[in-house]
Design a protein around this ligand. Structure first.
Ligand code: 5GP
Ligand code: ZN
Length: 129
């Protein structure tokens, strides 16, 4: 049972703005801004953290092309490409998807809040050693 697999199969209707062998791009049901689109991977994989990297890269490539088109057509001032991976990062549907969120000056819809910083030397060692 996966809602995005049902959308890909066509069992649940969606506004499909673009489709290829790898992706189905649809309007988000609760858009953050005008043109907010989600690019669904056609193969079910939980998130980018579980995905084959070449597959994720292929989807990113199509997402980048689509983002250019959506920004041009909507007249947005910019966009966020957002990939939430796992619940801690805000993922609510466990099927890999990329958000294209067109941004309009002053809209304030996406804001990240900084945490107090850990010791950067320690974190650097943790990641690089
Ligand atoms: P996440 O929070 O997992 O990164 O994003 C899931 C997104 O899917 C949310 O922005 C939510 O509004 C959208 N969504 C959830 N269910 C549906 C649906 O049935 N149809 C469409 N078009 N979007 C959905
Ligand atoms: Zn799925």
């Amino acid at each position: 049972m996966c809602i995005f697999c049902d959308i890909i199969k066509g069992d649940i209707p969606s506004r499909t703005v673009y489709e290829s062998d790898n992706v189905k791009a649809i309007f988000d049901i609760a858009p953050l801004t005008k043109g907010h689109t989600i690019v669904l991977a056609k193969q079910h994989v939980t998130s980018m953290l579980e995905a084959d990297e070449d597959y994720a890269a292929a989807i990113m490539k199509e997402t980048a092309a689509l983002a250019k088109l959506i920004v041009a057509k909507t007249g947005a001032d910019g966009c966020n490409i957002l990939v939430n991976s796992h619940e801690a990062a805000g993922q609510t549907v466990d099927h890999m998807h990329f958000h294209i969120i067109p941004r309009y000056k002053g809209d304030d819809v996406v804001e990240l809040h900084r945490m107090p910083s850990d010791d950067p030397d320690e974190v650097f060692r943790l990641i690089t050693e």
